[in-house]
Design a protein around this ligand. Structure first.
Ligand code: NAD
Ligand code: IPM
Ligand code: MN
Length: 361
């Protein structure tokens, strides 16, 4: 029996609902593949603020550090929206990424054939889309200094954030992106705003430089405004995309819609060493929280990424992905991916259906 310590961070909003489904699924594949999960639940986000006053208690970071991998659901909600930035739930998530040095965020966006009708885009535009967004996660404008709200000499307030990348930060995410592209279709598109931003000029220069080490990967560059347009115009031109923290945040939500719903998109946040965090791309969806309406599949697919990337259990990961395809094939849908003639299910019922599919195959 393989034994793994997994920290579970259910967080806020729909977080606990989708996490419950992912844990049930992991337990079933654990039995099937002789894997023992030692789950340890910890607080983050609004739930942690309410219990301890801080969005990332040090006990949570310690628990994460001692585990083999971290499965995170989502954080945030209206209740905490008026707190200052570092006290907000989002500050907890950023602190976790920084604390574990998770500089590489892999966000695959793949359209499943069963969901083509769920996309808001035309079939011929999305059919066959398979993109990997490699988002830098611990730098850029999210972490650059100076930052804050300051008062000027005239008494006016001035909000400041700073977009910063060092050469080494660009190189390490660049390497991950080239390696990723190499294992896929060998195409890498670097997205920046080098026509305006100095930090982006440095980004472009370094990525161009790095490409000499990867002659088998075809490198291209796009400005972020054009990239956003191209993603919805002709998404099939993309294989792997590498970009900074803020642009990656925005482009990955846009890429999500190519797949039918943000409720389908998993991600892996990885560092050079230590445990990774596996989390859906979406947030805590406060508008549907507590109503059993959330799509748990992004969370379940994040658990599959955890098995593949952190625990070296590709067969168990395959099994989960197959079960997801199976339930979609039989017409099961949550509201976000619903289309005519399909069976509308709640979050729990979707979980039950997945468990049945796992048991059958
Ligand atoms: P969101 O991703 O939570 O929701 C955007 C829209 O997508 C909503 O209409 C929501 O109902 C829908 N949606 C999202 N996930 C869904 C799912 N699994 N099933 C069905 N529908 C789903 O983004 P938002 O509304 O901008 O942010 C809400 C809160 O979440 C904010 O506090 C934000 O900071 C936080 N957030 C957290 C994370 C994270 O924890 N990684 C990511 C994004 C946003
Ligand atoms: C995401 C989220 C986070 C981000 C927020 C909640 C801090 O939008 O994971 O995409 O901007 O990185
Ligand atoms: Mn986001």
């Amino acid at each position: 029996t393989q034994n793994y310590r997994i920290t579970l961070l259910p967080g806020d909003g729909i977080g606990p609902e989708i996490m419950a489904v992912a844990v049930d699924v992991l337990k079933v594949v654990g039995q099937q593949f002789d894997i023992q999960f030692d789950f340890q639940e910890a607080l983050i986000g609004g739930a942690a603020i309410d219990a301890t006053g801080e969005p990332l208690p040090s006990a949570t970071l310690d628990t994460c550090r001692q585990s083999d991998a971290v499965l995170l659901a989502a954080i945030g909600g209206y209740k905490w929206d008026s707190l200052p930035p570092h006290q907000r739930p989002e500050g907890g998530l950023l602190g976790l990424r920084a604390g574990l040095e998770l500089f590489a965020n892999l966000r695959p966006a793949q359209i499943l054939p069963q969901l083509i009708d769920a996309s808001t885009l035309k079939r011929e535009v999305v059919e066959g889309v398979d993109i990997m967004v490699v988002r830098e996660l611990t730098g850029g404008i999210y972490f650059g200094k100076p930052r804050g709200i300051f008062t000027t000499e005239t008494g006016e307030k001035r909000g400041v954030n700073t977009m910063v990348y060092t050469e080494s930060e660009i190189d390490r995410i660049g390497r991950i992106a080239f390696e990723t592209a190499r294992k896929r279709r060998g195409k890498l598109c670097s997205v920046d705003k080098a026509n305006v931003l100095d930090v982006s000029q440095l980004w472009r220069d370094r990525i161009t430089n790095l490409s000499q080490e990867y002659p088998d990967v075809e490198l291209s560059h796009l400005y972020v405004d054009n990239a956003a347009m191209q993603l919805v115009r002709a998404p099939k031109q993309f294989d792997t995309i590498v970009t900074g923290n803020l642009f990656g945040d925005i482009l990955s939500d846009a890429a999500a819609m190519l797949t039918g719903s943000i409720g389908m998109l998993p991600s892996a946040s990885l560092g050079a060493s230590g445990p990774g965090v596996f989390e859906p791309v979406h947030g805590s969806a406060p508008d549907i929280a507590g109503q059993d309406k959330a799509n748990p599949l992004a969370q379940v697919l994040s658990a599959a990424m955890m098995l593949r990337y952190a625990l070296d259990q590709p067969q168990a990961a395959d099994k989960i992905e197959q079960a997801v395809l199976q339930v979609l094939e039989q017409g099961d849908r949550t509201g976000d991916i619903m289309s005519v003639g399909m069976n509308l299910l709640g979050c729990r019922a979707m979980g039950d259906s997945l468990i049945k599919a796992l048991a059958k195959s």
